[in-house]
Design a protein around this ligand. Structure first.
Ligand code: ADP
Ligand code: ZN
Length: 758
């Protein structure tokens, strides 16, 4: 163990009261024991940033509390050098969460803490206050974009953004979302379309805000709100699953619960999947709570992060709304945690500290004694199982707001209903006659259409007609995707791109373009419906936050009839004009080698279908598929979440997959295939030697090549561990971790606890 080994002068016998446990902000495991110099004795408080001698120099440390384990055998301890701040940056309940995180996800505690802190606090500098609690906001003075701005697209876009996020937003946020917005805002201010507001956060800024709070809740909403408010009043940890069908008004339930929590003087933490994709949601929180909300997204500047952290820490701001990393936000007196769209894969971080924010939200709720609400129309099977076993309480919203009907869902069996041949010049058509007709009808009525296909690009496979080889990336084990708009083929894993070859690399045979992407769907819609206004929403078209916001806003303003897109169109959007949702191919995610493939397919299809019929006109959904008998497809058609999850849970139980088992993946990546395989075997043997008796139910799958065996020229291997409980896995993970320093430099090994995608 590379625990603290100090070499400084011996110290007179230390009593435990004078010892401090410190996490050092370096990539080293464990907590370290330091001496508390007498002069610091009464200045130390848990959560403070301190300066400590470490190795040959000084390091930033975090004082976590007195060290209780007396040091054995006269190890010489070093003293804490200095305290960097009077009031601790880390609140007590957060220390517990950070400790859990480091332990559970096998990551150095000091690094976990540094990652949670804003950059201004994660280096060994003395406390510096963010500017006083004053922030510049801009506020719209109009409720829609005035016609005068028709010829000033930049001004219109900025104003549109502001309106989309609730009519008022911090200046820094707008200028981040839209580069150059500062100048544009000045022009808008001169024309009296916006004004600047200087906001002192303590005072709150609720006056003058758009409230748009519905007068009446639906009966189901009212029951749900009453239950959650009661739980907040009762105090203490209570997890809930809020299972509400799409369009049932879950957000209003969250808002009321947060409102109530705020009225009790307690703090709330709201986690959402992706803020840029759902500006409406943030807008609703901001317009309801104004300066009581800190919005934490990945685009914040360092200064803003520090500002929000300190405001939350001081309790001047009591609500944090943010993406997964906000689970570490220092909300004071936490009364309520909400995780919206709790099934969403974006809550899992897949680099560095590989954590699942939804799971940590529950842990934090337990440690802080808070109510936790996990909300979704398609709960994850993990959460569902926790509800079935009685650990979580279930609150349901089975009906849409205003008793709007759920959309009708119909199937187009592509094996029978082949799209008419010969209509599209280059390739075989994709859209069946039924789908085209439904689209025509909808657009003719002035309503809107969403077309969903979870693959971007034009063709996803270029296959040689003669030798049958498909065009692969040089460095990755995947096919190149043809992007016709760029006239290039692109690898979606490493990003390499080159001009489209006319012929096969191997035999110079002609290349067939197979496998459809959103770009090709868009081209076909444009060709078949020349009168329709069509746009595409995927990572190729929404290259900046500005473009994304503008696309979503212009669809919301009904300047577009048809929106073609990837899973970006399936998120929680609320477009009342959409009455038809078309799933171009339901099969794309079925074949992925992942035990969650069926669940993911079911979620995606249900979520995208849920975009239809949210306004006054009823919605319908058409699903094209080659696999009409596939379980998730059938169940989505029947709106049968219960049936699907019941069957899927049985299958998971039979094969011992989560939620009936805990997993950990050991992922290897190496320059040299032989060496990487060697390390994989070595780790496999290591696990094999330390396997508990069979009765413990621990299983090792692999080592095996990863499903994509090569990315960026690196060979990838993996080992999967399964066990009935995390406790059964932990000792093996500790063994693996201890062996990692012996792994040669050319091979990178990471341990991924509770992995998301395989
Ligand atoms: P979900 O998140 O469950 O899909 P939303 O929260 O987006 O649903 O609500 C769907 C729509 O219904 C939104 O436009 C919302 O403003 C509206 N809505 C929610 N609750 C009410 C209510 N009590 N009265 C009127 N409209 C409501
Ligand atoms: Zn590649």
């Amino acid at each position: 163990q590379r625990e603290h080994t100090a070499t400084v002068r011996p110290v007179v016998s230390a009593t435990p009261a004078q010892l401090a446990s410190v996490a050092v902000g370096r990539p080293v495991r464990g907590e370290f024991t330091y001496l508390v110099p007498e002069a610091l004795g009464d200045k130390l408080a848990p959560g403070q940033r301190v300066l400590v001698p470490f190795g040959r120099g000084m390091a930033l440390g975090f004082y976590l509390g007195p060290a209780n384990a007396p040091v054995e055998g006269g190890v010489r301890l070093k003293p804490i050098q200095r305290v960097l701040e009077d009031s601790p940056s880390l609140p007590k309940d957060l220390i517990a969460l950070l400790r859990f995180t480091a332990e559970h996800y096998r990551y150095p505690l000091g690094e976990v803490i540094r990652g949670a802190l804003p950059p201004g606090l994660s280096t060994a500098v003395d406390e510096k206050e963010a500017k006083p609690d004053i922030q510049f906001f801009v506020e719209a003075l109009v409720t829609e974009v005035p016609p005068q701005l028709a010829r000033a697209p930049a001004q219109a876009a900025v104003l549109q953004y502001l309106l989309a996020v609730g009519g008022r937003a911090p200046l820094d946020e707008v200028t981040h979302a839209i580069p150059g917005a500062r100048e544009t805002l000045k022009k808008l201010a001169t024309r009296k379309f916006v004004k600047w507001v200087e906001v002192t956060l303590q005072a709150g800024v609720r006056e003058g805000l758009v409230q748009n709070r519905p007068d009446r809740l639906t009966p189901e909403q009212a029951l749900a709100v009453k239950e959650l408010q009661g739980a907040v009043d009762a105090g203490g940890f209570q997890p809930y699953l809020l299972h509400g069908v799409t369009g049932s008004g879950k957000t209003e339930v969250y808002l009321r619960a947060v409102e109530h929590t705020l009225a009790r003087g307690l703090g709330s933490l709201v986690l959402v999947p992706e803020i840029a994709l759902t500006p409406q949601l943030v807008g609703r929180f901001r317009s309801r709570f104004g300066g009581d909300v800190a919005v934490l997204h990945s685009g914040l500047k360092d200064r803003e992060r520090l500002f929000h952290w300190q405001a939350l820490r001081k309790g001047t701001v009591k609500i944090a709304v943010g993406v997964r990393s906000a689970v570490f936000a220092p909300v004071e007196h936490l009364g309520l945690i909400v995780v919206d769209e709790e099934h969403d894969p974006s809550f899992k971080q897949d680099e560095k500290l590989r954590y699942q924010a939804r799971d940590l939200a529950v842990v934090r709720g337990k440690q802080a004694g808070a109510v936790v609400v996990l909300g979704s129309a398609t709960p994850s099977l993990e959460t569902l199982q926790n509800t079935r076993s009685g650990r979580y309480k279930l609150v349901e919203l089975k009906n849409r707001v205003d008793d709007r009907p759920m959309p009708t869902i119909n199937l187009v069996d592509l094996r029978v209903e082949r799209p008419r041949e010969g209509q599209v010049t280059e390739e075989a058509p994709i859209l069946s006659p039924q789908m085209l007709q439904a689209m025509e009808e909808t657009v003719a009525k002035g309503q809107q259409v969403i077309l969903f296909l979870n693959r971007r690009g034009h063709s996803t496979i270029l296959l040689c007609e003669v030798c049958g080889l498909s065009l692969k990336c040089h460095d990755c084990d995947v096919c190149m995707t043809h992007h016709r708009s760029q006239n290039r083929v692109v690898c979606h894993y490493c990003g390499v791109a080159f001009p489209v070859p006319d012929r096969c690399r191997e035999c110079t045979g002609p290349l067939l373009k197979l496998g459809i992407g959103t770009e090709r769907v868009e081209a076909e819609v444009l060709e078949r419906m020349p009168h329709a206004r069509v746009a595409r929403l995927d990572r190729d078209s929404a290259t900046s936050a500005e473009k994304l916001t503008e696309l979503l806003a212009s669809f919301a303003r009904r300047e577009l009839d048809v929106l073609v897109g990837t899973q970006m169109v399936a998120k929680g959007h609320d477009f009342p004009g959409v009455t038809l949702v078309c799933v171009v191919m339901a099969d794309t995610s079925l074949a992925i080698p992942d035990f969650r493939a069926a669940e993911r397919t079911f979620h995606l299809l249900t979520q995208v279908a849920g975009r239809a019929g949210r306004g006054k006109d009823p919605g319908r959904v058409l699903v094209q598929t080659y696999n009409p008998d596939a379980e998730p497809v059938k169940r989505v058609l029947a709106h049968d979440f219960d049936g699907f999850s019941k069957q899927e849970l049985e299958w998971r139980k039979a094969l011992a997959y989560p939620p009936f088992a805990r997993m950990a993946a050991v992922r290897l990546e190496g320059e040299h295939p032989e060496q990487t395989a060697g390390v994989a075997r070595f780790l496999g043997n290591l696990v094999g030697r330390h396997m508990p008796p069979a009765s413990a139910g621990v299983r090792l799958l692999g080592p095996a090549l990863a499903p994509i065996a090569r990315i960026r020229g690196k060979t990838r291997w993996q080992l999967l561990l399964k066990a009935p409980t995390h406790a059964a896995l932990a000792p093996l993970l500790a063994r693996l971790e201890a062996a990692l320093p012996d792994v040669p430099n050319g091979v990178k090994v990471v341990i991924d606890v509770d992995p998301g995608a395989m």
